[in-house]
Design a protein. Structure first.
Length: 482
């Protein structure tokens, strides 16, 4: 269940930065950025012997420079790293490095290393307690306080070889694709100064991936041996990087930062893109629309420009006007799940004749691609309510709540849905499944219900009058409530 809820966090927002403010931290969704990173990442994954569809790529809204692998085959990249990197090659180098941590089995090895690393820390804590008991509180406090350092040092001993192996693999993967491995060397060289900073001042990436001069030197030697150091990125890759960075700066940085990086005198597409987004974020809608119209005049068939225009119109209260640009983005990129959700949201808000049916079709298509997209389920609930299909709307609300981890609300709406749905339907069985997996009697769920004081009222036993129901996930009704 935890893995499903983790994935749910990544799909809560339906379009570019809709659910997150400029200073918020969380997982963000954006079709353009996701498509760009996927296009760069998939070939690297394939060369590494991985199946691209099995590897998750998550973008974290965090200004710090970091990338890491966690929760299985999931690569996480901070927006700060994308902005600070200077080219597509540098980002690819980082992705190649992180790919090895999956393909080389480092995630499993690190779990064992962390366990081993804790042993000297526990010994230090034990000695500290003994010292305090023996009347030496100062020495005891020092031993206990240094326990984390012992653990960290021991952990890095176990992982240093893995970092070196990941560097080698990143060079190998890029060389196999005929691409320059210069990016990873440039990235390390750019942040070489991090080596002399204290841990507190280092970027998170370099706390987990400590640099050393010999590591940089070795990586450079391997990269130069490929003969591909001077291979240039394609115009498409450079353009993709520039547009991705401009979008992130526009959405996440201050207007002052945008004006500094993309002054009005800069008439390039990335500059106008960043200024359009920044003006939109500052509620200067006329300037935002002016910039985006200039981009569309140059590239009328750019789906992302049409998407942004639709978003600007929708969020400025012009829902009816936003339908056209969102429909156009779908014409240019059929089936894109986030575009489908944006389009449906605009149709829901316009609510003219035929809109609800069109919105339902779009949302059903999006949910085939992303069945755990909570925002899509929430929009579907609105669509179904517009059609007076209350029980189905309640089920959609239960789905939305479940996928964001609100199992209390999910249970409540699933229970309401089962009271009206035909028991022979798939919808009824799905509502029943949600009730079972979110049942308060399940020990894994109790902490959520205790926050609301609603466990006894919402438990299956309370609803049915008995606790002997056959539960496929186990009958927890007789378990110790504490």
């Amino acid at each position: 269940m935890a893995a499903k809820l983790f994935r749910a966090a990544a799909v809560l927002a339906a379009s570019a930065f809709v659910a997150f403010g400029a200073s918020a931290q969380g997982l963000i969704r954006d079709a353009e950025i996701e498509e760009t990173l996927k296009e760069w990442t998939d070939p690297i994954l394939e060369v590494a012997g991985l199946v691209p569809d099995d590897v998750g790529l998550f973008i974290i809204n965090d200004a710090s420079l970091n990338a890491f692998v966690a929760n299985g085959q999931r690569i996480h990249i901070h927006t700060g790293l994308i902005i600070e990197a200077e080219s597509a090659a540098q980002i690819k180098g980082v992705i190649g490095h992180e790919t090895c941590h999956i393909a080389c089995g480092h995630t499993v090895a690190r779990m064992r290393a962390a366990s081993v690393a804790m042993r000297p820390a526990l010994v230090s804590i034990g000695l500290g307690i003994l010292a305090i008991a023996a009347g030496e509180p100062g020495a005891g406090a020092a031993l206990i306080g240094s326990s984390s350092q012992f653990a960290a040092l021991n952990f890095y001993v176990h992982t240093r070889s893995e970092e070196a192996a990941a560097d080698v693999a990143a060079v190998k993967y890029l060389a196999a694709l005929g691409q320059s491995p210069a990016g990873i060397v440039e990235f390390f060289e750019k942040f070489r100064y991090q080596e002399v900073l204290s841990d507190a001042k280092r970027y998170p990436y370099f706390r987990a991936h400590p640099l050393a001069s010999d590591r940089i030197r070795t990586t450079r030697g391997l990269a130069e041996a490929t003969g591909l150091m001077d291979a240039q990125p394609t115009e498409r890759e450079q353009r993709q990087y520039e547009m991705m960075r401009a979008k992130l700066v526009g959405f996440l940085d201050t207007p002052l930062k945008v004006r500094r990086d993309y002054p009005a005198s800069d008439k390039s597409a990335p500059a106008r893109y960043a200024r359009a987004i920044s003006a939109f974020r500052a509620s200067d809608i006329q300037i935002a629309l002016g910039e985006i119209e200039s981009l569309l005049a140059d590239e009328p068939d750019n789906p992302y420009f049409n998407e942004l225009k639709g978003q600007i119109l929708f969020e400025s209260g012009r829902a009816a006007d936003s339908v056209g640009p969102h429909a156009r983005s779908l014409e240019l990129m059929p089936g894109q799940p986030l575009f489908l959700i944006n389009y449906a949201r605009s149709l829901n808000a316009r609510n003219e004749e035929g809109d609800t049916k069109a919105a339902e079709t779009a949302l059903r298509d999006a949910l085939i691609a992303e069945p755990d997209n909570a925002f899509a389920w929430a929009q579907l609930a609105i669509t179904l309510e517009h059609q007076d299909r209350r029980a189905e709307a309640q089920l959609a609300t239960a789905e939305s709540s479940y996928w964001v981890g609100d199992i209390v609300r999910a249970n409540a709406f699933a229970r309401r849905a089962t009271q009206s749905l035909d028991k022979s339907t798939i919808d009824y069985r799905r509502a029943d499944d949600i009730m079972l997996i979110t049942d308060p009697n399940n020990p894994d769920n109790r902490q959520f219900y205790e926050r609301y004081g609603r466990a006894s009222r919402l438990s299956i036993g309370a609803q049915t009058g008995h606790t002997s129901r056959n539960m496929p996930f186990g009958d927890f009704s007789a378990a110790d409530p504490r």
